[in-house]
Design a protein around this ligand. Structure first.
Ligand SMILES: Cc1cc2nc3c(=O)[nH]c(=O)nc-3n(C[C@H](O)[C@H](O)[C@H](O)COP(=O)(O)OP(=O)(O)OC[C@H]3O[C@@H](n4cnc5c(N)ncnc54)[C@H](O)[C@@H]3O)c2cc1C
Length: 188
């Protein structure tokens, strides 16, 4: 146990995850959410999840998140469905085709399973997908989808079980002026 007290502001995917992990680590955590948990972007997201990012930190974060989704899947009303993620560029859009092929190349630097396919190869792999006008596709293998709201609800539940105090309908005021300097607040 630590004697650390932490206030987390925002009950979206990021806030509930941070609150949960801090509480599991022994902190005394209160989470403040101005509406209901999941009422922000996390409740509106498409729910496409993958780790094929070009930047080191993004790829590592994505990989860790996917491990968490797989562990959590099937519990607390949350399900992560495995499904490849494809980015495509249509014929005639040379700039996009170059960008998609280049992005796949950069993603492979992190040993991510990302393939570059022609339109025909894409059609062979996914016969129900329309591919006649696809010039190039990048297909990431470590990917899937979920209902993002269900992730927030599940982790909020786990956070509460770990001891987090969840305060919904509790907006935290954002300071618009900088705090007084320490010398002016020191008791005389
Ligand atoms: C249409 C759409 C589709 C998306 N699709 C995807 C996708 O397919 N895959 C993907 O990975 N990402 C996707 N995203 C991005 C993803 O939704 C966000 O990156 C993620 O939800 C951010 O989580 P968060 O917890 O930081 O923010 P939020 O979920 O927005 O949570 C922030 C919370 O803070 C609360 N809050 C704000 N200010 C205060 C305050 N002063 N006091 C108290 N509470 C406060 C808000 O009410 C809110 O609930 C999508 C986003 C949108 C909008």
């Amino acid at each position: 146990m630590t004697d650390m007290r932490v206030a987390v502001v925002g009950g979206g995917a990021v806030g509930v995850t941070a609150a949960h992990d801090l509480a599991v680590g022994g902190a005394d955590v209160t989470l403040f959410e101005r509406g209901a948990v999941g009422s922000g972007a996390s409740g509106r997201a498409a729910g496409v999840l993958y780790d094929a990012y070009a930047a080191d930190a993004d790829a590592a974060l994505g990989a860790r998140a996917l491990e968490r989704f797989r562990r959590l899947s099937g519990t607390h009303g949350f399900a992560f469905t495995e499904c490849p993620y494809a980015m495509v560029a249509r014929e005639g859009d040379d700039a996009l085709a170059e960008a998609v092929a280049g992005a796949a190349e950069r993603m492979r630097v992190h040993d991510r399973p990302v393939e570059t396919l022609t339109g025909d190869e894409l059609g062979e792999r996914f016969p129900t997908l329309r591919h006649d006008d696809v010039a190039v596709a990048a297909v990431a293998g470590n990917a899937g989808w979920t209902d993002p709201g269900s992730y927030v609800s599940a982790v909020a539940e786990l956070a509460a079980e770990a001891g987090v105090e969840l305060r919904t309908d509790s907006e935290v005021a954002v300071a618009t002026t900088p705090p007084a300097s320490p010398s002016r607040t020191r008791p005389r």
